[in-house]
Design a protein around this ligand. Structure first.
Ligand SMILES: Cc1cc2nc3c(=O)[nH]c(=O)nc-3n(C[C@H](O)[C@H](O)[C@H](O)COP(=O)(O)OP(=O)(O)OC[C@H]3O[C@@H](n4cnc5c(N)ncnc54)[C@H](O)[C@@H]3O)c2cc1C
Length: 407
């Protein structure tokens, strides 16, 4: 059989139909009407303006600007933000459901989409009202790109090793140092930058700042060539004597660690939703390809493998929704609980893509099917937002602490 008919470049109507068929009533039962509406709206925008361009973004490495702008126009960038800042005051579950949809259509677009939220959220929780009104609306309507700058050449998993320094000066701070692996770093107009006001204080010196990308002394590297997520950019940032006004501190000096910890709750929901979305995309593409190759007559081995994948994707989605619902209900979710969600769902995205490629045999290797793209895109979700090894450490340590005092 010629491989061309296997291309899954569905028109928007067919895309929506296929994905509606993949919905699982077991997971949907716990969604509110509004959360289902958010999914339907996101699916529609993705079908029309995101998924059709995903393969081309992967091939050309062009930035996912059009898809992100379409999502912003539909009002989907501000799901967990209050209305007065341009958001829709929706639940974290609605956000997780939307993220899964975007990731299933184009993971690179979902990475830029989530980064807007990750840049806006620290301003919402720790910035002054004035700062929030100045910077958040532009991030939510897509008129400015945002970046979250934590990682440095010698600090990522171990944030206390930050070398970027914000030296107090009259009226503000003098920022010097560099960041690496920063999503959208090459073009961000709003940068949330974590720096230390005093290295000798370790974590207690870390402070979060809003840095305007247009300020003098902000430099950017060229985007890196990467294994996957080609429609997103990842670059270095350089700060050379950048003057930060005092009112651009998020929280108080030395409170940056708390901002990091609050932010990772959201960003790990994002990564987990990407994992579920990628697993679902790999599964859906495999089902569609097998149908075209073999009709409805699948071997027992293929049937068992597909059954296993479907069950694992449902488990991942239920876990994602349960943790997001818990975050909506209160703020007592532990780093171990968040870590289980992040690790399980992003491992799912990668292993399900590997399995989908295996089921397809040589067809799994073909770019035209898009399963190999899922595999390449899924790998980095296990790495960023705290590697899955770090998640296991957090989970294991929390379990060990729970047994403290046991005879
Ligand atoms: C595409 C992409 C986008 C990114 N976007 C951003 C962004 O927008 N903003 C940002 O700030 N960062 C971003 N990052 C950086 C990313 O979050 C970090 O690279 C990641 O958290 C790992 O941290 P590290 O670089 O310090 O790696 P390291 O900690 O040096 O990790 C190297 C290896 O050692 C393991 N390891 C480290 N410590 C331990 C330990 N104690 N026990 C066991 N194993 C350990 C890790 O799991 C990993 O396998 C991005 C990275 C990529 C690839």
């Amino acid at each position: 059989m010629s491989v061309e008919p296997l291309a899954l470049d569905l028109d928007p109507k067919a895309y929506i139909e296929l994905n509606d068929m993949l919905d699982e009533p077991t997971a949907d039962a716990a969604l509110t009407r509004r959360e289902r509406e958010v999914r339907a709206l996101t699916r529609e925008v993705v079908a029309r303006e995101v998924a059709p361009g995903a393969a081309a973004l992967d091939r050309t490495h062009a930035f996912a600007h059009e898809g992100v702008q379409a999502l912003a126009r539909a009002g989907l960038m501000g799901l967990v933000f209050p209305r007065h800042l341009g958001g829709t005051a929706d639940t974290n579950v609605a956000y997780a459901v939307a993220m899964e949809e975007v990731a299933a259509g184009c993971a690179a677009t979902s990475l830029v989409f989530m980064t807007q939220m990750h840049a806006a959220y620290p301003i919402l929780i720790a910035g002054t009202d004035d700062l929030a009104r100045r910077y958040v609306p532009g991030l939510l309507d897509g008129s400015v790109y945002g970046a979250l700058g934590i990682t440095e050449p010698n600090a990522g998993s171990d944030v206390s090793g930050l070398q970027t320094t914000a030296r107090p000066v009259a009226g503000g701070y003098d920022l010097n140092g560099s960041k690496t692996f920063i999503t959208t770093g090459d073009r961000a107009g709003v940068i949330i930058c974590f720096a230390t006001v005093d290295r000798s204080l370790g974590r207690r010196g870390i402070t979060a700042f809003v840095v305007d990308g247009g300020w003098e002394g902000v430099g950017r590297g060229r985007p890196f060539d990467k294994m996957g997520m080609h429609g997103s950019s990842t670059a270095e940032l350089f700060f050379d004597g950048v003057r930060i006004p005092e009112d651009h501190v998020l929280g108080r000096p030395g409170e940056g660690w708390a901002v990091v910890m609050s932010s990772v709750v959201k960003s790990r929901i994002s990564a987990a939703a990407q994992g579920v979305g990628l697993a679902r995309a790999a599964y859906g593409r495999t089902l569609a390809a097998l149908r075209r190759l073999h009709g409805t007559r699948l071997s027992d081995e293929q049937t068992f493998a597909l059954a296993d994948l479907r069950g694992r994707i449902l488990q991942g989605r239920l876990l994602l929704h349960a943790v997001a619902r818990q975050v909506d209900a209160d703020d007592t979710v532990t780093s171990g609980q968040i870590g289980i969600m992040k690790q399980v769902c992003t491992d799912l995205g990668f292993t399900a893509s590997v399995e989908a490629a295996r089921i397809l045999g040589p067809y799994g290797d073909l770019a035209v099917l898009g399963v190999e793209r899922c595999l390449r895109d899924a790998k980095v979700t296990q790495i960023y937002d705290g590697t899955n090894e770090i998640q296991r450490l957090l989970i294991g340590r929390e379990s060990a602490r729970a047994l403290e005092g046991l005879a």
